[in-house]
Design a protein around this ligand. Structure first.
Ligand code: IYR
Length: 215
């Protein structure tokens, strides 16, 4: 099938890339959410955008659980906090705990209930169909790219999010009753920031520290 996307002029490319970069620089991971409702149809469009990601052999090995039910979110919070309690009280190394100090994190995870919703992302370790198990390829890479698009889309519509990594995450598949081939990948609370929301004062690496040119 023929494919001819718009050809952008070099000047427009520079302008668009600059504008996009400036916009992306304002994205931050947020841990304090307002409970204000968000337009869920807009969030669903962001999930659909994530579903446009490239994937190994186009297997699209992902599911996005959009969880707004307060009872389910409460169960997720209780289970996440039980695991995190063990992480913060012995499972994480001293170096890890020290690295997390600027983020002021601990085992208490109010954002799971405060945010108006969660997108719990699952990767499909293998496919399931009428003919039984099938292979998926580059599953972590594929789902990682999809999540990148999801976070970009949420930022684009003015929402904030957190890539929450409760560990281990098995409880998410149990609570959300996912099939055996699905493994929890990330929990993404989203919404608006609370009025008193704060984020750490972080620096991003300079372009010359992340890019190595071979010309
Ligand atoms: N999963 C824990 C710990 C944690 C780990 C990293 I790496 C972070 O960037 C942030 C937190 C938690 O969610 O608190």
């Amino acid at each position: 099938m023929k494919y001819q996307p718009e050809r952008v002029s070099p000047q427009d490319m520079l302008k668009r890339s600059h504008d996009f970069l400036e916009k992306m620089k304002t994205r931050r991971s947020v841990r304090q959410f307002s409970s204000d409702d968000v337009p869920m149809d807009a969030v669903i469009n962001c999930i659909a955008a994530a579903g446009t990601a490239p994937s190994g052999a186009h297997k699209q090995p992902w599911s996005f659980c959009l969880v707004t039910d307060p009872e389910i979110r409460k169960r997720i919070r209780v289970a996440a906090e039980a695991e995190e309690y063990k992480n913060y009280n012995g499972r994480m190394s001293q170096e890890w705990m020290k690295d997390l100090e600027p983020f002021d994190t601990n085992e208490i995870k109010p954002f799971i209930e405060d945010a108006p919703g969660l997108i719990v992302v699952f990767k499909h370790s293998y496919g399931t169909g009428q003919s039984g198990k099938s292979q998926n390829y580059y599953v972590n890479e594929s789902v990682g790219i999809a999540v990148g698009i999801l976070l970009t889309a949420l930022h684009e519509i003015g929402l904030v999010a957190l890539t929450h990594t409760p560990s281990p995450m098995k409880f998410l598949a149990e609570i959300l009753e996912r099939p055996e081939n699905e493994r929890a990948y990330l929990n993404i609370p989203f919404g608006f920031p609370s009025d008193n929301c704060e984020v750490p004062n972080l620096n991003r690496k300079d372009i010359n520290d992340i890019m190595i040119k071979y010309s």
